[in-house]
Design a protein around this ligand. Sequence first.
Ligand SMILES: [Fe+2]
Ligand SMILES: [Fe+2]
Length: 284
Amino acid sequence: MISPSESTPLADLDEWEDDLLLRYPEEKPKDEFRDYDAETRPGVREFYRLNHRYQTLDFVRKKRAEYLPLTKRRMTVWEALEYLNTLVDDSDPDIELPQIEHLLQTAEAIRADGHPRWFILTGLIHDLGKILCLFDEPQWAVVGDTFPVGCQFSDKIVFHEFFADNPDSGTAAYSTPGGIYEEGCGLDHVIMSWGHDEYLYHVVKDKLPDPALYMIRYHSFYPAHKEGAYDHLMNDHDREMFDWVRKFNPYDLYTKSTERVDVEALRPFYDELINEFLPGKLSW
Ligand SMILES: [Fe+2]
Ligand SMILES: [Fe+2]
């Protein structure tokens, strides 16, 4: 059993993303010898310890069976945004922004750079899968870097050493580089650790262009898009699409601002955008 304290080591979900900025700063720090481990907050370390301990192939299969029939809710995109916004964090009201603002800031930055409308929409919705938290999922099953399960955990995954406590590390069939997968099988055949990326992908698949679906499904797959791991599981289409995942990443990481977003002023533009690609109520 997982105790309640084990479900919330982070002060809030954004603490994981703040930590990503430590690992992947926008500007390379002058001091090349920065010690990431020493700078990482204890809650983040504990978060990864739990994530790496509990994300097993068996756990992911259970979560997929529970969520992927998409029978939890019927909500429009804007209803999901408002629902996610009830996850407001009160630990640091001056800095932490409601989730809706992170999504609008991401989308607005993509829009300002003149990207296609589906790309802007991707920015707006990419974290909606975090509503998993409101279904009482522990933080380590909602956010965090994602990685394949059912094969060897790459040493490129942050806090790789914590995988020693994952039962799959002691399972021979899951411990080779390919594990249960065939080399070059393509990521669509690979089961990823459970979290907000995979969940939202299933809500919107078939409704958005392929690059958008890759951005949504793999935006937290830092071991691959930032560290180059797991190439042996990819096919050429994955490699091509990961250029888009990498194009998306800076908008996700580096657009957080304390400047408030005027949600009501932006609403008409985004209502029209949502209507164009994802009209009406979606199954969640
Ligand atoms: Fe995300
Ligand atoms: Fe995000």
